[in-house]
Design a binder for this molecule. Structure first.
Ligand SMILES: Nc1ncnc2c1ncn2[C@@H]1O[C@H](COP(=O)(O)OP(=O)(O)OP(=O)(O)O)[C@@H](O)[C@H]1O
Ligand SMILES: [Mg+2]
Length: 444
């Protein structure tokens, strides 16, 4: 790690260089803050140690100048005239820490170690964020399926509007991916994208999580707290598993949608928010409305634009492209070269029916990239059970296929009911007589 020292006192610069070199740091010193700024790009220091009182440009001005240039580097301030005011001012201007002269060797070393640790975390955090952003970038959506391409064109078209969007689709079909793509290809992209899993937060906490609360609203409300809606202000809130939202919160969400304002728990004032709502569900909300567990007025508010994601099995043409996309992704992640797919493995991928859709495909490839030792992924590295392969039809006759399907469903219904034909007929939604006839004619 390289440390840039700025101090007008020669003896101070010398002492710091000696101490820090002994600790294994590389150092470079300046007696003038302005010259240090000019040298920043060439020197590329990891940390800066800067005196506050100096002739010419002082420490506070130095911090301001760094800020104006958008510099994010970690700066630790030093001063012999250590008043609290200076310290606070420094921190406000973005300094990481503050030490008063004279300081002990251990003190400065400890401060630097702490800064190093934070720097490590910051880098890791940035890396993870970039990785997530990359995963969910619209350019990363791989498809050549006509329906999916239409959806992507629609995403681009609606991105700049604040209209609510409802994304439906089976598990793992890319609902969150599309939600993020809507956010990141529109004018809100610089603002927060906040994810709420409506099914994962206990119902009792959900209201305060979403809308916030004021101090004293309930026993544990020790101070005011902004909710996720306020956190997402100016951006997008992604309400995942919206079908799980309890009835009473459906009413409150409807009010936010209608009035553009919300009420924190325990507050009688309304707060304005500007949030785009993108909701997702794998349930059939129309069914939920019939059952009385979802409000139809909320449904129509959310469903201004509906994006229906097709299951992977309905677009097998996308499977090879997605597979190689994931092979590359995990190759990169694991530091391994990309692998080929054997013909047999490719055929297995194509004929499987993917109940877990793209997420399942991704998991299968991730696993194969770990387990497969050769340069080619063979069928054996895929955890797809034989029996789960897509049913093979030997002819394309719909009549014959229907018969097969009927036989299969009747057998299952009989198995399930312990051969109780009356119950089986109910499950199959056919008459008792029709069932008896079919059992006989199929020789079951
Ligand atoms: N068309 C695609 N191209 C590339 N990657 C995709 C595509 N669709 C989905 N993925 C990837 O598949 C994984 C699952 O997608 P996502 O999390 O968006 O699904 P989901 O519908 O929200 O799933 P769940 O219902 O289980 O929450 C993610 O890693 C995503 O990046
Ligand atoms: Mg999801």
């Amino acid at each position: 790690m390289k440390i840039l020292i700025i101090d007008d006192e020669e003896s101070m610069r010398h002492m710091l260089s000696v101490i820090l070199k002994k600790e294994g740091y590389e150092t470079v010193s300046f007696n003038d803050a302005r010259r240090a700024i000019d040298a920043l790009e060439a020197e590329e220091p990891d940390f800066i140690l800067c005196d506050i009182r100096m002739p010419g440009m002082g420490g506070l001005e130095f911090l301001k100048a760094l800020r104006e240039r958008g510099e994010q580097r970690t700066v630790i301030m030093m001063s012999a005239y250590g008043t609290m005011d200076n310290a606070i001012e420094c921190m406000k201007l973005g300094a990481y820490d503050y030490i008063s002269k004279p300081f002990k060797t251990a003190e400065i070393v400890l401060t630097l170690k702490k800064a190093e640790e934070r720097e490590g975390l910051r880098k890791e955090n940035r890396r993870l964020k970039e990785e997530v952003a990359k995963d969910y970038d619209i350019s990363n959506i791989h498809t050549s399926d006509e329906k999916m391409l239409e959806i992507l064109a629609m995403v681009r078209k609606i991105a700049d509007y604040s209209t609510s969007v409802l994304i439906t689709g089976e598990s793992g079909t890319g609902k969150e991916l599309i939600a993020r793509a809507i956010h990141s290809s529109g004018v809100r992209s610089g603002k927060p994208f906040v994810v709420v899993n409506c099914g994962a937060i206990p119902a009792a906490l959900l209201e305060s999580e979403l809308f916030g609360h004021v101090k004293g609203a309930f026993t544990d409300a020790h101070r005011n707290k902004a909710g996720l809606f306020q956190e997402a202000d100016g951006g997008t809130i992604f309400l995942d598993e919206i079908g799980e939202l309890p009835m009473e919160l459906q009413v409150k969400l409807l009010r936010v949608l209608q009035e553009g304002e919300l009420r924190r728990v325990g507050d009688n004032k309304a707060v304005k928010v500007d949030v785009r709502i993108v909701a997702a569900t794998l349930r059939d909300l129309k069914e939920e409305i019939k059952k009385g567990s979802f409000r139809d007025d909320l449904y129509y508010r959310l469903n201004v634009i509906e994006v229906k994601l097709p299951p992977l099995r309905s677009r097998p043409g996308d499977i090879p492209g997605l597979a190689s996309h994931f092979i590359e992704k995990y190759g990169r992640r694991f530091g391994k070269p990309a692998k080929a797919l054997s013909g047999e493995a490719a055929a297995a991928l194509m004929s499987y029916n993917w109940p877990g859709n793209i997420r399942e495909l991704e998991n299968v490839i991730e696993r194969a990239m770990i387990l497969e030792e050769t340069g080619t992924i063979r069928t054996l590295a895929l955890p797809i059970a034989q029996g789960e392969a897509r049913k093979e039809f030997h002819e394309l006759s719909i009549k014959k296929a229907e018969e097969e399907l009927e036989k299969e469903l009747i057998s299952r219904a009989l198995e399930l009911t312990g051969n109780n034909r009356t119950k089986a007929a109910q499950i199959l939604e056919i008459s008792h007589r029709a069932l008896l006839y079919k059992i006989k004619s199929y020789g079951l």
